[in-house]
Design a protein around this ligand. Structure first.
Ligand code: MG
Length: 328
């Protein structure tokens, strides 16, 4: 079935579409009441975030826009130290979109939400004129345990940086799909809860975490350097990049440091906790290739400094300009 403007009317077709596509798949008590707002349990410190997803193509090796829309918001909640609990989703659907495509997206979102252990409790659909495109906005709510404070302001001299796995996979997978290049590269799109909770469960003193998305590791670490006033030192030989992505970057002249991932995070931890942190991470799903990649040093020199394989030191700027559009 094709989406028509009638599906966006707010009338019977809209209700039927929502019931058939989304409500049946996202089913949970808060959503099932179908009131104007979901009422949910919770009286703790809240984390809130929202993100919009416009990726093209909608389906790509290793994921799809639905999985991405859940993971992107879940991972941002996790990075603030929150336990993700609730998600809302808004669909902007262009006239002519195929309901089979929407079904695949909804099924993927439901499966990813189950994996990430949160409920999709509210949503909206709008149909607009266009050529069959689909865009999704998600907002997430999580609870932050008392006493847990994370962020650039908590960074300390001597903190060690861990990266949860290889750089560049999502970016390279999208670019390959867009260019029609056949290779083995798959998006790393994944919810990062297992790795994050493994760190906390192991008692690791985590100072700050960021997921490495658009703009890449270079952009995230420059933000840490700017906000903390400390220098971030990276060891080039320690940066995990898969062979396939490295070869792909070599051909196209791309730098894995500015490429986006959708299932990787960087954590700054107390130096005494590094070995515990590394083994906790490596035993968690999606984090088996976690590595120590650098450290935070004193305020004598700010910015991000890469210690190269050849023994030199190079300043790493954040990503400037456009990068690859519609990657997420
Ligand atoms: Mg983020």
């Amino acid at each position: 079935m094709k989406i028509t403007m009638a599906h966006g009317s707010g009338g019977r077709e809209t209700s039927a579409l929502i019931e058939a596509l989304f409500a049946s798949r996202f089913d949970n008590p808060a959503l099932a009441r179908m009131e104007d707002a979901a009422v949910v349990e919770g009286a703790q410190r809240l984390a809130l975030t929202t993100d919009s997803f416009v990726v093209t193509p909608l389906f790509f090796p290793g994921g799809d826009i639905g999985r991405l829309a859940v993971c992107g918001t879940v991972n941002d909640l996790l990075m603030s130290g929150a336990v993700p609990r609730y998600l809302t989703c808004g669909f902007l659907i262009e006239e002519g979109a195929d309901t089979q495509v929407l079904e695949r997206i909804a099924a993927s979102m439901a499966q990813t939400a189950r994996e990430a252990r949160l409920s999709i409790v509210a949503g909206d659909t709008k149909v607009v004129e266009g050529k069959g495109g689909v865009y999704i906005n998600t907002a997430g709510v999580g609870f932050v345990p008392q006493g847990r404070e994370l962020g650039a302001a908590c960074l300390q001299k001597g903190d060690v940086l861990l990266l949860s796995g290889p750089l560049g996979d999502h970016h390279a997978a999208i670019l390959s799909a867009r260019m029609g290049i056949e290779n083995a590269i798959r998006s790393d799109c994944a919810p990062l809860g297992e790795g994050v909770f493994a760190l906390f469960d192991a008692g690791v003193r985590v100072r700050a975490m960021r997921d490495v998305t658009r703009g890449g590791l270079a952009t995230v670490l420059n933000e840490w350097a700017d906000r903390s006033g400390y220098a971030v030192h990276l060891k080039e030989e320690a940066l995990p990049v898969s062979q396939e992505v490295r070869a792909f970057c070599g051909i196209l002249g791309l730098d894995p440091l500015t490429m986006g991932n959708e299932g990787k995070f960087v954590a700054a931890v107390a130096p005494q906790d590094v070995s515990r942190a590394l083994s906790a991470l490596r035993s968690a799903r999606y984090c088996a290739e976690a590595a120590v990649i650098g450290e935070i040093s004193g305020a004598d020199e700010a910015g991000v400094l890469l210690h190269t394989r050849l023994g030199g030191i190079r300043r790493v700027p954040p990503l400037y300009g456009e990068g690859l559009p519609r990657i997420c």
